[in-house]
Design a protein around this ligand. Sequence first.
Ligand code: CA
Ligand code: CA
Length: 193
Amino acid sequence: MRRRRRATEMLLAALSIVAVVISFSDAQEIQNVTIAGNASTRIISPNFPFTYPNNADKTWIVSTEEDHKIAITFFQFRVDTNFDGDFLQIGDGTNVTANQFFEENGFTLPPNLLSNGNEMWMRFITDDRLADSGFVLAAASVPSTEMLACSRTELDCGHYCIRGTLQCDREADCFGGTDELNCGNKESANENV
Ligand SMILES: [Ca+2]
Ligand SMILES: [Ca+2]
């Protein structure tokens, strides 16, 4: 009798450990990343270069000294596009989901990004199926006088540049689709050709 109760207790203990592991993998994880002025650091998706976990929700809060901004350069980017469930999202400040200026998945290296101020949030969320290797990026602290410098053939999306030919092509390319605003004249000009 006593032995059986012991076995039951051990089974319950084992089950509770399994439950803790499962809930941990589903939990939102937040990591603070502090960059000294004019220094830089790498931010890497979980498990890279192996596949990132399903049901992940990881946020990096990146901050640097005042009078600085944060410049992002991507080195690797492979985020599954099936079911539209895996995304890297980025915004200004530390309030996750507020002031978002970037959201991407797919296999094309995203453009360089520049924050407005000295704080930035980055959130990587994945759904319950299909994964890829994720991403590697550099976050660099640059003087706040640094401005986005798009070339003459590029369009300024506010925090990054895109090819100018993507303006008014009826697909959103800047976050929020700002490249498709005020296209009335251009569209009618194209239609008259
Ligand atoms: Ca997925
Ligand atoms: Ca467009």
